[in-house]
Write a protein that binds this ligand. Structure first.
Ligand SMILES: Cc1ncc(COP(=O)(O)O)c(C=O)c1O
Length: 384
């Protein structure tokens, strides 16, 4: 099947609208010209609305991990103690990032499928009173576990600590209110719920933290916060060359996001997540993330007995739908469906229909139409 015909339902990269892709094909222009400066400034200002901050925001060429590294550099110095709340595979990235900066990570792991709540975090900090920073995933893409960011940020604020939130699998698909909730640093990549191809890292600072940011901390040639901050005010303050064409794509996608409206967009994500979870459960499959901690952007589902991942992947792809497998400890045990960004209800219907046929083909006893009928009920119930 040609690539263009494959429905991309992985949790990143995600579907990109053709009008966003077409932006990438526009003529590359001078990055310090008035024209590009104005496009870039528009992107930075609009992204602040999505992150809910009036503080600084940096867009840089790189993947989500580049944004993570820049974010960590803003709060971690040699000797910093960082509490990493682990809800899946990507906590390992945060911990390694801290180690490379010569800080010391203290990893606390949740029960598989659960996140952390405010009371639990409070009790954990009681036992780790020497920590300076708390770092966690809003959504860990590997487990589809979501943490209640506002609750956790409140506890962090009460203890006078800094909070770094990995929003790679949530920003653009789930609410983020950095200033209101007291989040100091949050980051993402372009290829997830923002609906842009991979290649841009985005780091946002809360407005209070922006003013207190110690510009001398953990500098490096590339991850140079003071110089990048100046470039974000105007690309004429050249430090590194922006990814001009990706920025065009991001500008278009953000305009579309704001046109859809953030509340509408988050609601659409909640409905898609409910439909996918409901379909899985109707089929007798078990979800990884437990109630109360389920992401709206991705769903991790245990493979039923007798069905192995390579077969499911191949069968789904033959039906024109690409899904993702497990990462780390869950490799070979689960599969994941991404439902973020430009994915809509029609894509959910196509995916669940293909899943029913694939499972049956692979010997799992399921009646065709059970899951899809449930999805139909959910969508119709919301008037879609
Ligand atoms: C939650 C989370 N954090 C970090 C990353 C790393 O981002 P990237 O692969 O863009 O470097 C990912 C990638 O999937 C992710 O899902």
């Amino acid at each position: 099947m040609p690539h263009g015909k494959i429905l991309l339902m992985t949790p990143g990269p995600t579907l990109v609208d053709s009008e966003v892709l077409l932006e990438l094909a526009r003529a590359t222009i001078n990055h310090v010209s008035d024209e590009f400066d104005s496009i870039h400034l528009g992107v930075v200002n609009n992204l602040k609305k999505i992150f809910g901050t009036s503080g600084d925001l940096i867009v840089l060429p790189g993947s989500g991990t580049s944004a993570m590294e820049l974010a960590l550099r803003s709060v971690v110095k040699r000797g910093s103690k960082v509490l990493v709340l682990k809800t899946g595979y990507f906590a390992g990235y945060l911990a390694d990032g801290v180690r490379y900066l010569e800080g010391s990570p203290e990893i606390v792991e949740s029960e598989l499928g659960k996140g952390f709540d405010g009371n639990l975090l409070d009790r954990i900090i009681e036992k780790h009173r020497d920590v300076d920073v708390i770092a966690f995933q809003h959504v860990d893409t590997s487990t589809s576990v979501a943490n209640p960011v506002s609750e956790l940020a409140k506890v962090e604020g009460d203890w006078g600590l800094r909070a770094v939130v990995d929003g790679v699998a949530s920003i653009g698909g789930m609410e983020m209110e950095m200033d209101k909730w007291g989040v100091d640093v949050c980051f993402t990549g372009s290829q997830k719920a923002l609906g842009v191809p991979p290649g841009l890292g985005i780091v946002a600072f809360g407005s209070r933290f922006s003013q207190e940011l110690d510009e001398s901390s953990s500098l490096s040639l590339y991850f140079n916060i003071p110089k990048l901050r100046r470039e974000m005010q105007s690309t004429k303050n050249y430090y590194i060359t922006p990814a001009v064409n990706l920025v065009y794509g991001l500008a278009k996608s953000i305009n579309n996001i704001l046109e859809e409206g953030l509340e509408n967009r988050y609601k659409r994500h909640r409905i898609m997540a409910e439909a996918v979870r409901g379909a899985a459960e109707k089929t007798g499959l078990k979800l990884v993330a437990k109630e109360g901690f389920q992401a709206d952007t991705v769903t991790a589902i245990y493979l039923p007995e007798g069905v192995i991942w390579p077969d499911l992947y191949r069968s789904m792809k033959a039906k024109g739908v690409e899904i993702a497998g497990g990462l780390g400890e869950l490799k070979g045990k689960i599969f994941r469906i991404g439902h973020m960004g430009q994915v809509g209800y029609n894509e959910i219907i196509a995916t669940i229909a293909a899943l029913e046929r694939s499972l049956r083909e692979l010997g799992y006893p399921t009646e065709l139409g059970t899951a899809i009928s449930h999805v139909q009920q959910i969508l119709a119930g919301y008037g879609n």
